[in-house]
Design a protein around this ligand. Structure first.
Ligand code: F0G
Length: 431
């Protein structure tokens, strides 16, 4: 299901510069919100119905510290840092929209399956507004501590299922249907309306110029679907002259989209993607008992619910899909951290993927590239600490079984006795 607007009966702006008028209206919460200041481009709600908690105050950072690692010229790599959202991930962009719609239809309970960020966002919206009860489904042992902590602290009813995200996603759909609970996963088209604004903010930060590439991690494929819709609508409205190209980066251990798009040539095909290819692929996963497995737990998903919309997005924007190993993801994450922004493993897939596309010559060093950092570093400290650890056992326990062999960019803590001279000596040696 898609949200479609009858633009002839609405009053969309004639130029993107129109949105600059909102900057002078920051005491109005819906103009302050990084989502709703673009409300004329997601006009499904009466302004009085909008539920905002100040989401979307995020930045596009020119990342010259990371550019050499990716192989980009100075000034050409940007990081869109969605970790600055109230719940620490891009999900708040979509949640404010879905939550608004839920209230419009009178819902009192909202549910999601989650690898941890959707659930954190829902829990925060419910607790901040006190308007709905959050019910979240998570795969047992499949959620990082930072995210579990959020669900618990913010009072969500947390249902741990003996299974993974794909199992939880199936169950939450059954349960929501049976009990009439509002579902806020990105299968909900209103979620995607909110996430369009991540791209509007990118354009805004580039003074309304369109970059050459948007690179985004792919899990349930909500973001790429939403970004594609945003650019299609901007094109239709004559607000941009061309879309950027989109690159989706799967984790190699959860690479359904990569396999279907790049290996099996599955395409949008004007709304009729080859269902036999899709069914055959999922059957082979079942037969071979392949489950998603990656340190980037946020994108540990083998059955992306937004597959058709994601195919449409790549069709319209001339997109590509790549996969990144856990080793590549963690190395890229360390480089992002050293460059000044902290992200969780899944987010760094975008940077690892951009590097790959640069090496392949698909991205040019002088292209303007935006990698989306979807979630905050503190979401998953376990992976980060293990990567930088001096303790081989910790490294092996967390990362070894995932095929991570080296921590090339580790910043190891220095062990010193509790002795002033020794401490001073260590600092002199290492700094
Ligand atoms: N990055 C992070 C940090 C995420 O949490 C997710 C998805 C993605 C990327 C993938 O985005 O689904 O739009 O392709 N997390 C979901 C969750 C599945 O439950 O929090 P997508």
């Amino acid at each position: 299901m898609d949200v479609a607007y009858d633009w002839d009966r609405l009053q969309p702006p004639k130029s993107l510069k129109f949105f600059e008028t909102k900057w002078a209206d920051r005491s109005n919460p819906i103009s302050f919100s990084g989502v709703w200041r673009f409300r004329e481009l997601l006009p499904f709600a009466d302004p009085a119905a909008i539920m905002t908690i100040g989401e979307g105050q995020t930045i596009l950072q020119k990342a010259d510290g990371v550019a050499p690692y990716v192989g980009m010229n100075p000034g050409c790599l940007y990081l869109q840092y969605e970790g600055m959202n109230p719940s620490g991930s891009f999900k708040d962009n979509g949640m404010t929209a879905a939550f608004t719609h839920a209230r419009m239809v009178g819902a009192t309970r909202a549910a999601c399956a989650s690898t941890g960020n959707t659930s954190a966002a829902l829990a925060v919206f419910c607790s901040a507004t006190g308007l709905m009860k959050a019910i979240i489904f998570i795969g047992s042992g499949k959620i990082s501590y930072g995210k579990l902590a959020q669900a618990l602290d913010h009072g969500a009813l947390t249902v741990q299922i003996a299974g993974d995200f794909d199992d939880a996603m199936q169950r939450v759909q059954q349960v929501s249907r049976q009990l009439g609970i509002y579902l806020v996963n990105s299968i909900n088209p209103f979620r995607l309306e909110g996430q369009k604004t991540i791209m509007f903010r990118v354009l805004e930060a580039l003074r309304w110029e369109v970059p050459d590439w948007i690179v985004v991690p792919g899990g349930n494929l909500g973001n790429v679907s939403s970004f594609g819709k945003a650019f299609m609508e901007l094109m239709d409205l004559g607000l941009i002259q061309r879309p950027p190209r989109l690159a989706v980066i799967n984790a190699a251990g959860a690479n359904t989209y990569f396999n279907l798009f790049e290996k099996f040539d599955l395409r949008w095909n004007e709304g009729s993607p080859n269902q036999k290819t899709i069914d055959g692929y999922y059957q082979s996963l079942d037969v071979e008992k392949i489950r998603a497995a990656t340190i980037a737990s946020a994108i540990e998903i083998n059955h992306p619910v937004n597959l058709p919309k994601a195919l449409r997005a790549l069709d319209r924007c001339g997109g590509v899909v790549r996969e990144a190993t856990d080793q590549e993801i963690l190395d890229a994450k360390a480089k992002v951290g050293a460059g000044g922004l902290g992200c969780e493993p899944a987010s760094a897939a975008s940077v690892a993927g951009a590097r790959k596309l640069r090496k392949e010559g698909i991205i040019a060093p002088s292209d303007r590239v935006v990698c989306v950092l979807t979630g905050h570093q503190l979401k998953d400290p376990t992976a980060t600490v293990a990567y930088h650890s001096t303790d081989q056992r910790t490294f092996d326990e967390v990362l070894g079984h995932r095929g991570v062999r080296r921590a090339t960019y580790a910043n190891r803590a220095v062990q010193v006795p509790n002795d002033l001279d020794e401490i001073i000596k260590a600092i002199e040696v290492y700094s």
